[in-house]
Design a protein around this ligand. Structure first.
Ligand code: ZN
Length: 200
């Protein structure tokens, strides 16, 4: 599956976890709880990646005609569509950006493994998801026969997830509960959190 869909899914997962925490009105986190939350964000992100790759798909962004004459033409559309999602999600979650980043990283991690295995000769024993990362993707006949449908499906899924990502960040802000756990929050956020906590 194309990278932006993996990234936006990871972003939704991170935002859903953050939203869940504030609806519990929890503001103090032990170190163990912080590690559990980060681990959950990463692992759910990885599972979402494997799910999307299991679904029928047609990695159309790897072969956009416009970029064909350029070096690394397969990578350019992926970066142009993924980078804005990463930056917007980090900005919307600037009060808790490390957790947002971990969830997005989980969403793309199996492809990082694949890249390291094929392009940088990472030893096979270091690969966690061998079924995914040690094989190059081949289109299945059904995918080739329905590629227009799959392209539309991927674009619609991407736009819906983008809207959910934004809606979750806004819903979290409306809760006006600001957890103060330093691993996930910047100093600026903690100061703001302290102010808002007083207003509750
Ligand atoms: Zn993949």
């Amino acid at each position: 599956m194309d990278l932006p869909l993996h990234i936006v899914t990871g972003a939704v997962i991170g935002n859903a976890l953050l939203y869940h925490e504030v609806t519990r009105r929890k503001i103090d986190f032990t170190r163990t709880e912080r590690v559990k939350l980060a681990t959950a964000a990463f692992l759910i992100g990885v599972v979402s990646h494997l799910f999307w790759d299991w679904m029928p798909h047609y990695d159309w962004l790897f072969s956009v005609e416009l970029f064909k004459p350029l070096p690394l033409h397969w990578l350019i559309p992926q970066i142009l569509t993924t980078l804005p999602v990463i930056l917007v999600n980090l900005y919307l979650n600037r009060d808790a950006w490390p957790l947002a980043a971990i969830a997005m990283f989980g969403g793309m991690y199996p492809d990082v493994e694949k890249l390291c295995y094929f392009d940088f000769n990472l030893p096979r024993f270091l690969i966690m998801f061998r079924q995914h990362s040690c094989y190059l993707t081949q289109w299945r006949p059904w995918e080739l026969a329905h590629k227009q449908f799959l392209v539309v499906f991927e674009i619609v899924a991407f736009l819906i997830l983008l809207a959910v990502m934004y809606a979750l960040t806004q819903a979290r802000r409306r809760q006006r509960v600001f957890p103060t756990f330093p691993i996930f929050c910047s100093g600026r956020f903690n100061a703001q959190g302290a102010r808002n906590e007083g207003a509750l």
